[in-house]
Ligand binder design. Structure first.
Ligand code: JJW
Length: 449
């Protein structure tokens, strides 16, 4: 019998998605317009000119998609709720049909023996709230907490795992400083204020979710984190790497787990730093039950005086494998990151809430998708997670991004991350080789060596 890297009993193998990327039904059953509806409907914003109007049509095919997860044997499903289905204008009247959809979904999952993990904000802000400034407006943090209360009130009896935000770094920087994502704003100072309001809204929602929950209710946040390595051992490059770590990782980790922004970055940002009101940092650092980690790659950086705000640039690593996203395949970074999080921050539990890779997939004449590179990517990362657990990291579960190919934001449908292939013409789903392999990993609770 082949040897297996066995995971702890009860380890939660899962898959992840997000509402805008899979649901479609963008204007059905009373749903309001979100900033991603607006953004994708604007010429030139999405690489292939596509939208999430239909996406994977999951809004109508959720039963089939639950059956698919059941076939894979997944123990948990991380998905997000579209704020605009629940409260179409962001604040004010609740749309019962929106709540009904997620209510049925949760019941369907539980019936299939799959634990629901809910992300409350996965980037699809109600357009009505963008019209008052979006996350740059402090009031939106309070509207978010109100929305969290509405959802928790309806689903909290059955849903025990909640994530407030997904990747606030991406929301703030890609959405508000670079403008590649909705709402398409390009203003660095605003981006830092947005990041602060996202953190504030997180803390406010933590209180609401814990108050409305029971002893089993666990609340966390999802951050996209990457170890940062200097391109050379020069002092300049090492300082650049530390800056990038401060900007990308510590700017979010420190407020949440320490209760303050990192002093070196606060100084570096100078006049760009956000307005922080008295009491904000203690709200932001309210104790959470788990951290969700989205890990895809590391970053390797070089000092560069022409390199903008941070005076650095990313470098390509000769000889490394890269995915279709242009991200280096670097499994050791997952181990390094997990060990560091456990060492530097008091984090009760950690989940990998996203890990996976985009590669060019094709359906071969045998009707299958032989995605050997994705399978290898997952295996190598699973093994690093296994090693981290052996070294004492309280890693409790692992969600592969993604259950199925979907709308990859500004890249539209051009990047396929799924372990299930989606033929967007017919909406047919085909389990890829990586999906069948994952099915075996889950069944054995371990990675065959
Ligand atoms: C950076 C864009 C320059 C998603 C970024 C854009 C700048 C040409 C995958 N995680 O689809 C990072 N993902 O929804 C959440 N992670 O800069 C889930 N990070 O463009 C997945 C996107 C990302 C990014 C995307």
């Amino acid at each position: 019998m082949a040897n297996v890297a066995r995971f702890p009993e009860g380890f939660l193998w899962g898959v992840a998605t997000a509402a805008y990327q899979i649901e479609g039904a963008w204007n059905e059953d009373g749903k309001g317009v979100s900033i991603w509806d607006t953004f994708s409907h604007t010429q030139g914003k999405i690489a292939d000119g596509s939208t999430g109007d239909i996406a994977c049509d999951h809004y109508h095919r959720w039963r089939e998609d639950i059956a698919l997860m059941k076939e894979l044997g997944v123990k948990a499903y991380r998905f997000s709720i579209a704020w605009t289905r629940i409260i179409p204008q962001g604040s004010g009247p609740v749309n019962p049909k929106g709540l009904d959809f997620y209510d049925r979904l949760v019941d369907g999952l539980l019936e299939a023996g799959i634990k629901p993990f809910i992300t409350l904000y996965h980037w699809d802000l109600p357009q009505a709230l963008q019209d008052i400034g979006g996350w740059a407006n402090r009031d939106v943090a309070y509207y978010f907490a109100d929305y969290a209360a509405v959802v928790a009130h309806r689903l909290g009896d059955r849903v025990k795992h909640w994530m407030t935000h997904n990747e606030p770094w991406v929301v703030a920087w890609v959405g508000y400083a670079w403008g590649h994502h909705a709402p398409g704003i390009k203003n660095t100072k605003v981006a830092l204020q947005v990041a602060h309001h996202l953190l504030l809204s997180h803390g406010l929602a933590v209180e609401v979710l814990k108050d409305l929950g029971d002893a089993e209710t666990k609340v966390g946040i999802v951050l996209n984190l990457s170890p940062v390595h200097p391109a050379t051992e020069s002092d300049e490059d090492k300082a650049a790497a530390h800056r990038n770590d401060g900007y990308h990782n510590r700017w979010f980790l420190d407020p949440i787990f320490v209760g303050s922004y990192p002093a070196d970055m606060w100084e570096w940002f100078g006049q760009l730093v956000p307005e922080v009101k008295p009491g904000d940092m203690s709200i932001i650092s309210r104790r959470i039950d788990f951290l969700g980690v989205n890990y895809y790659t590391r970053s390797v950086v070089k000092h560069d005086p022409q390199g903008g705000l941070l005076q650095l640039r990313g470098v390509h690593v000769e000889g490394s494998e890269y995915t279709e996203m242009g991200w280096e395949v670097y499994p050791d970074g997952l181990y390094e990151l997990l060990v560091r999080l456990h060492r530097d921050y008091k984090i009760p539990e950690i989940y990998i809430t996203e890990n996976g890779a985009a590669f060019k997939d094709e359906v071969t004449p045998d009707g299958k998708v032989h995605d050997e590179r994705r399978l290898n990517y997952l295996r190598e990362h699973f093994l690093r997670a296994h090693k981290a657990i052996q070294d004492g990291v309280p890693l409790k579960g692992y969600f592969v991004w993604s259950l199925m190919d979907n709308f990859e934001w500004a890249h539209g449908y051009t990047k396929r991350f799924g372990i299930v292939y989606v033929d967007y013409e017919t909406q047919k789903r085909i389990i890829k080789d990586s999906g069948y392999w994952y099915q075996k990993v889950i069944a054995e609770n371990g990675v065959p060596l």
